[in-house]
Design a protein around this ligand. Structure first.
Ligand SMILES: Cc1cc2nc3c(=O)[nH]c(=O)nc-3n(C[C@H](O)[C@H](O)[C@H](O)COP(=O)(O)OP(=O)(O)OC[C@H]3O[C@@H](n4cnc5c(N)ncnc54)[C@H](O)[C@@H]3O)c2cc1C
Length: 758
């Protein structure tokens, strides 16, 4: 058979002396790593020319100046050095500093910018997440003003942030965390204080701010800080965020650099502020009632609005690292034995090196599949917030017009939730009431309720899973490079990336914060109603693409949903309710399990969407069949991993809170007696051996089998066992998918050398 022919195998049938050859079509294989064009379709920004240009611009910075600094060992210092500082101007020049800003303030991207910022973080973190962090921390510093500032505050600070000739732009930092024992995960324990210094009749009050920060990013150079403080004065009510400026009267001490082991391209310090500021610096403004200043937003309200967006971006940082590890690991594996005596060019040892060993391929498949799933989840969350932003503004406007606040607002939101569920149900009916359906579809409040319920789960899920499990998988990537992985010379800076991932899992709220939020938001009836529709949709997807793992994932989702509902009403062996906020042992693992499902589902949805969207795109026509078949195999691999995690977690929770019977008189009363069984054997043949198989037989001698006790009675949990048993059988084919992906990895072409550092 000719090389390169469109047939790959000849199946031979021997019938008598006649040999018949059947030529099978060659299945598409992965030729090269996915191109930028294909990624843009996969992550659904191929219609956004502005974002594609942004990606190229940020990539030039990441793989140029940033990579050179890392390669030159600039990460070896905690100090904010001249070399690190030089990146500020590079970021300004490339447009990175202005991505956050609307065109009216000197930015260049119209509309919501969550996806844009996610792409910036992704590209920078591909090389160094510290560089990404200091770009993001500037946005984080401004975000309180952007989200909750008064129009005047927004106008003033945003317009001074864009780089311009003849003036230093605003460089912001965000100061929430304080020295122990104050703010960390528990954001309510505020040590920062706000007092009234002077308040003359008819004039604006002057306030004094005392704030000590711990681990504040950008403090080496920031000239504006948004700081969380609590009232220490009876003339101020509650807490708020205030804007501090370098140049305000008092102490602006940047503090000592944090001796961190990670993200060394960003500046982190423990600053001390003792400053006087006008009351107009309270973010979102204030009212005065009976001689008391009442901030319009508490610090909690401001940070909730900020973090729900910025955490998505952090999730994408770790996703980028996992995907960035693929190429260096392949190159290392292939070249591992070249130059030795044993392998001549053309031999498998020379050409494939370590890739002749299945395990290294399988492990790299896992790293790649995790990277795909986490990128899919993160970019979906970013797109979701882009869609949510205008709906949220519409909702805020309508609520303000109707003067809906407090309990009244809460009641309306609950009603909107019901309408959102009605909309979901109607939209799946074969013959729905079209007028009603259209009214609900066109109602921005209903659509807000629907999207908000999803975003409230997707944001913490992507921060939690991408960074937490991502850090674990970065270790796997590092281990695939052998000793090289833990040296500074490791191509792709994988060692740094592994350690850095732990910070991504920690800052902007570590895993406990995300789990806590998910344990509340994932039980929202709107979210659960959506979740049920997703299960049905995945089954439909599976009927067209059975090898994607969609059916397997649907079964895992069903098991998770059954478990949640069971735990919401079940009690433990002591009669204590299981699903409640202080039982993190129940709620947290369930939140973790959900993350696996959401990531895997999004990965499948994106690949299925790629198949239909890219089919007619000539730019990707050549690579599409191979990439598609490979990405589908990765989907199956990841779905199997997710299903395993869900099955293990759910079984542990469903059975783990029941007490195991021991060989007590009471427990044995429920056992079969041996002589009783022998009598029954005459009526029900086989019962004696079947019952002995369950281990709940009490022999007449009073002796019992050497084990903990009679087996627990699980008859009430049969539905769970059925679903879990089905899930196991749904794993059929998943290892074949892994084998296919592994073979593809051993054949894919990669460039001669990594394109950074340059
Ligand atoms: C390099 C770096 C940069 C940073 N940049 C900034 C910045 O710019 N601005 C800023 O304000 N902060 C910043 N931080 C602070 C960061 O956000 C906090 O470190 C983080 O939120 C965790 O707080 P903590 O360190 O006090 O941990 P702790 O609160 O002490 O938590 C310790 C452990 O206990 C767990 N835990 C705590 N409370 C609970 C609970 N209720 N339930 C279950 N588990 C719990 C946590 O999950 C964690 O595992 C930065 C930190 C670092 C290291």
């Amino acid at each position: 058979m000719e090389q390169g022919s469109c047939c790959f195998a000849a199946r031979v049938l021997i019938a008598g002396c006649v040999t018949i050859y059947f030529m099978e079509p060659k299945p598409p294989t992965l030729q090269t790593l996915p191109s930028d064009e294909l990624r843009a379709i996969l992550w659904r920004f191929s219609d956004r020319y502005d974002l594609q240009m942004l990606v190229q611009s940020v990539r030039a910075v990441a793989r140029g100046p940033v990579a050179r600094l890392v390669a030159n060992g600039v990460r070896n210092s905690h100090e904010w050095t001249e070399e690190k500082n030089s990146l500020l101007e590079v970021f300004d020049g490339s447009g990175i500093s202005a991505v956050f800003l609307g065109p009216e303030y000197g930015g260049f991207i119209e509309g919501p910018k969550n996806l844009a910022m996610a792409l910036v973080a992704f590209e920078l973190s591909w090389v160094d997440a510290g560089a990404a962090t200091f770009s993001l921390a500037g946005n984080l510093g401004l975000a309180p003003i952007h989200e909750r500032g008064t129009p005047e505050q927004r106008e003033h600070y945003m317009s001074l942030t864009a780089p311009a000739e003849g003036r230093a732009p605003i460089r912001a930092a965000f100061a929430l965390t304080e020295p122990i024992p104050f703010v960390g995960v528990e954001t309510g324990l505020l040590g920062g204080k706000l007092r009234v210094v002077s308040w003359k009749e008819g004039e604006e009050p002057v306030l004094h701010v005392d704030k000590r920060g711990r681990f504040i990013t950008n403090m080496g150079f920031a000239n504006v800080v948004t700081a969380a403080v609590d009232s220490a004065d009876e003339r101020i009510k509650g807490s708020c965020l205030v804007i501090l400026e370098k140049g305000d009267q008092g102490i602006w001490d940047r503090g000592i650099p944090t001796r961190k082991l990670v993200h060394q391209l960003s500046s982190t310090r423990d600053p001390v502020f003792s400053l006087q500021v006008p009351a107009s610096r309270i973010i979102g403004g204030y009212t005065v009632k009976d001689g008391v200043i009442i901030p319009n937003y508490s610090h909690g309200e401001v940070i909730e609005a900020v973090f729900r967006r910025t955490r998505v971006t952090v999730g994408l940082m770790t996703a980028a690292k996992l995907l960035s590890a693929v190429e260096p690991v392949i190159r290392y594996q292939r070249a591992r034995f070249r130059g030795g005596e044993a392998g001549e060019p053309g031999s498998p040892r020379y050409d494939l090196g370590l890739q002749t060993k299945q395990d290294v391929l399988h492990r790299l498949v896992d790293v790649w599949a995790t990277g795909e799933a986490s990128a899919a989840l993160g970019f979906e969350a970013a797109r979701m917030f882009d869609a949510l932003d205008p709906l949220e503004k519409a909702k805020d406007r309508i609520f303000a017009e109707r003067k809906l606040v407090g309990r009244a607002a809460f009641k309306v939101l609950a009603k909107l939730g019901d309408e959102a569920i009605e909309f979901l149900n109607l939209s799946r009916e074969a013959a729905p009431d079209e007028a009603k359906l259209a009214a609900l579809r066109d109602d921005p409040l209903v659509q807000f309720a629907l999207l908000d319920a999803q975003a409230n789960v997707f944001c913490p899920a992507c921060k939690l899973w991408n960074t937490g499990y991502g850090a674990t998988m970065m270790r796997e990537a590092v281990s695939l490079m052998g000793g090289y992985g833990v040296t500074e010379d490791c191509p792709g800076f994988l060692g740094h990336k592994w350690m850095d991932a732990q910070l991504e899992a920690t800052y902007e709220g570590p895993e406990a914060v995300q789990r806590r939020q998910m344990s509340l938001t994932m039980t929202n009836p709107v979210f659960l109603a959506l979740f049920e529709t997703w299960i049905k949709d995945l089954r439909a997807t599976a009927s067209g693409r059975p090898e994607s793992g969609a059916c397997l994932l649907a079964s895992a989702m069903q098991l998770w949903l059954w478990t949640l509902r069971h735990l919401q009403t079940a009690t433990d062996a002591n009669g204590q309710k299981l699903y409640q906020s202080n039982r993190q042992g129940v709620t947290f693992p369930l939140a973790d399990a959900l993350c696996w499902l959401l990531a895997s589902r999004q990965q499948i949805l994106d690949v299925i969407n790629l198949e239909s969207s890219a089919a007619t795109n000539p730019a990707v026509a050549e690579e599409l069949p191979g990439v598609l078949s490979f990405l589908i195999s990765l989907c199956h691999v990841q779905a199997a991993r997710a299903a395993g995690e869900v099955s293990r977690t759910c079984a542990d929770l469903v059975f783990g809170y029941n007490s195991h019977p021991e060989w007590t008189e009471q427990a044995c009363a429920a056992c079969y007696g041996a002589s009783e069984l022998d009598e029954l054997e005459g009526v029900i043949p086989g019962i004696a051996s079947a019952a002995r198989g369950t281990g709940t037989v009490h022999e007449d001698s009073q002796a019992h089998p050497v084990k903990a006790g009679p087996c627990p009675d699980v008859s009430a949990l049969q539905p769970f066992l059925r679903l879990n048993g089905k899930l196991n059988s749904c794993l059929t084919g998943s290892r074949l998918a892994k084998d296919r992906a592994a073979v593809a990895l051993s054949q894919v072409m990669i460039p001669e050398a990594l394109d950074y550092p340059q």
